[in-house]
Ligand binder design. Structure first.
Ligand code: AHN
Ligand code: ZN
Length: 330
């Protein structure tokens, strides 16, 4: 009798261990958060943040719209309760100008030691070199620039408004001077010879806080296009493959696998290259790719088509909700 009792308690013990494993464990054997309540990403807000940037006019360095947008972004971040810093510096351009640039850096939950870095560029390209018309005029950059900034602003807003806080802190960097590489066809994809990414090159060599690091980073570049596809970009896979897998698996799990495609593509020199190589922080790039275009990028890229007409709230939602899910699962 006593033996049967012992045996039954043993069976009950094993069964309860098993079921708790099922609840807590995931495929990688990490502890899953119980009762995780992830705030909803408001794509309408993100759209408005993109519209507001575009309404200033092209954010070309050394122009008034650039200064006005900088003030708008600083104020917006402060209105969400973030701690905001700026990093001002001068940079030479490929065509002999000297630009006054500003990286905008913001933090929430500064007391948390485990931190995720979210980044996008806030400047606009000063030429429409891939267009057939008005090639020498600056583009709106609704997608190329403003979309990543708009999604990050709404991620911060959603976290700050929510009663549920993630266990990680978030740092934001809006890099300046990303988009002034040489005209199409003249620019090289060799990072040691690049005129792109002036803000991330500066920051990576001169961090706002010496020794600053993050658990990992996520760069957003052109994340608002209608029917956008995000493939697994080469440098992201080289430097931070586990972060790529985490983000793509999370997107799939919450129903956005039609945007996040399980396919590896070539490396692109973008801000994340310098953050990985120089700042030594593993950072991925969520960047739009069109496999049919022949030059990696979708057809609006560096043309006057890159205006509010190409922005889709469905795409903004897919990217923003995926980011929030990833952040809350950390
Ligand atoms: C190159 O074309 C080498 N890099 C492009 C990075 C970029 C420009 N992202 C948006 N605009
Ligand atoms: Zn660009």
């Amino acid at each position: 009798m006593k033996n049967i009792f012992l045996f039954l308690s043993f069976v009950i013990f094993i069964v309860s261990c098993d079921s708790s494993k099922e609840k807590k464990g995931d495929a990688e054997g990490e502890t899953k958060k119980m009762d995780l309540q992830v705030p909803s990403f408001n794509e309408g807000n993100a759209y408005q943040f993109i519209q507001a940037q575009v309404d200033f006019g092209p954010r070309v360095p050394n122009k008034p719209a650039h200064t006005e947008t900088k003030e708008y972004l600083i104020e917006k971040l402060k209105s969400f309760g973030a701690i905001v810093q700026t990093q001002n510096f001068e940079a030479d351009t490929y065509d002999g100008e000297v630009w006054n640039l500003t990286n905008i850096i913001a933090s929430i939950q500064p007391e948390k030691t485990k931190r995720i870095l979210l980044a996008a560029h806030w400047d606009t390209r000063k030429i429409a070199d891939k267009d057939t018309e008005r090639k020498n005029e600056p583009i709106d950059g609704a997608n190329d620039g403003a979309s990543g900034v708009g999604v990050i602003l709404e991620v911060i807003n959603a976290i700050q408004k929510s009663e549920n806080k993630p266990d990680v802190g978030i740092d934001v960097i809006f890099f300046d001077g990303e988009d002034n590489g040489e005209p199409h066809g003249l620019s090289s994809n060799d990072p040691s010879k690049t005129w792109w990414c002036l803000g991330s090159q500066y920051w990576s060599a001169n961090k706002h806080t010496p020794g600053y690091s993050a658990y990992y980073g996520i760069l957003l570049d052109m994340v608002g296009g209608i029917n956008a596809q995000f493939h697994k970009e080469g440098y992201s896979m080289k430097y931070a493959p586990s972060v790529v897998e985490k983000v793509w698996n999370t997107a799939d799990k919450i129903g956005y696998g039609n945007f996040f495609i399980n396919n590896q593509v070539i490396p692109i020199v973008d801000d994340h290259y310098f953050v990985n190589e120089v700042a030594k922080i593993p950072m991925i790039d969520i960047i739009a790719h069109d496999p049919t275009s022949g030059d990696f990028f979708p057809d609006f890229h560096h043309t006057h088509k890159d205006n509010m007409d190409v922005i889709s709230q469905e795409t903004l939602k897919a990217v923003g909700q995926t980011l929030l899910q990833v952040i809350y699962e950390e």
